[in-house]
Ligand binder design. Sequence first.
Ligand code: 3HC
Length: 325
Amino acid sequence: MYAQMVKSEATQDDPEKLAAFQARIDRGEKIEPKDWMPEGYRKTLIRQIGQHAHSEIVGQLPEGNWITRAPTLERKAILLAKVQDEAGHGLYLYCAAETLGVSRDELTEMLLDGRMKYSSIFNYPTLNWADIGAVGWLVDGAAIMNQVPLQRTSFGPYSRAMIRVCKEESFHQRQGYDAIRKMAEGTPEQKKMAQDALNRLWFPSLMMFGPSDKDSVHSEQSMAWKIKMNTNDELRQKFVDQTVPQIEFLGLELPDPGIKWNEERGHYDYTDPDWSEFFDVIKGNGPCNTDRLAARNNAWKDGAWVRDGLLAHAQKKAARKHAAE
Ligand code: 3HC
């Protein structure tokens, strides 16, 4: 439906302008906020960048949950820094979306009332410390796999935001891998916890790349516009190929009996996630959807006095300036 709307809007645009725009994309030029762009391009970017920003912000919740219970002071300081980085990523991305004519408040309202999505992965719980290691290793690992190519995306502010985000995400992935390695090499109980976290988070991590290519609504148009650089299945396969040797190095068991090296394809075969579960989670029926949105709504309500205070201060300053002129 949305993809059809975007396509029909694209065809309403002046064909000459559209062709010149596509030629710029094809030449690898960056599109900047004040350049002419098809309405569908603008809307698709607002949707994708907005969803991405919301994912960074909501993604702080499952990890923030463990800051007070980190096993050592060092792990606590690292986790605190990581969760703060995610807030920063959300802010860069909201700023990039604002250059397209939507305000951060509007985007936030659309998240809070369920009109906009955030990544499915954050609707799963983090039950223990091993989950925090697995989130850094697998979830940030999947995020980087998706976001490194986005550094070359056609929209200038988005691609530039991605450069810094990717540097920080790499640190996040390494800290997660280090935490899970420590547990995998630890006592039998710790190793069991690491295995259990891997087993539970494996398929939800694969879901982060989106539905299979045959069910992806936006990929074709988004790839033509270089808003997306790869299909969902291409990136999912790269993630599996990168992660299986890491699992083996850690001495953990593979979380899916369907994982097997396929000599002919030069890739690992693997079992697809349960797509009915994925669609259910993005409809709002995952294990933590209600909690996550309630937490964000409460934070928005609790912060009202700060926003009101800042607005009153800005209005007073503007009135003083006006009176002095
Ligand atoms: N979670 C929630 N919704 C998802 C999803 C997921 N994992 N994957 C797809 N969807 C939604 C899409 O938004 C779309 O719904 P909509 O039409 O209502 O917006 C629908 O499912 C169909 O999927 P498509 O494949 O057609 O959608 P896209 O072309 O947008 O592809 C995507 C999905 C690959 C996630 C793409 O949007 C993308 O690359 N986004 C940028 C990266 C991003 O958002 N990452 C979030 C990861 S979390 C993170 O970075 C935090 C870090 O700290 C770990």
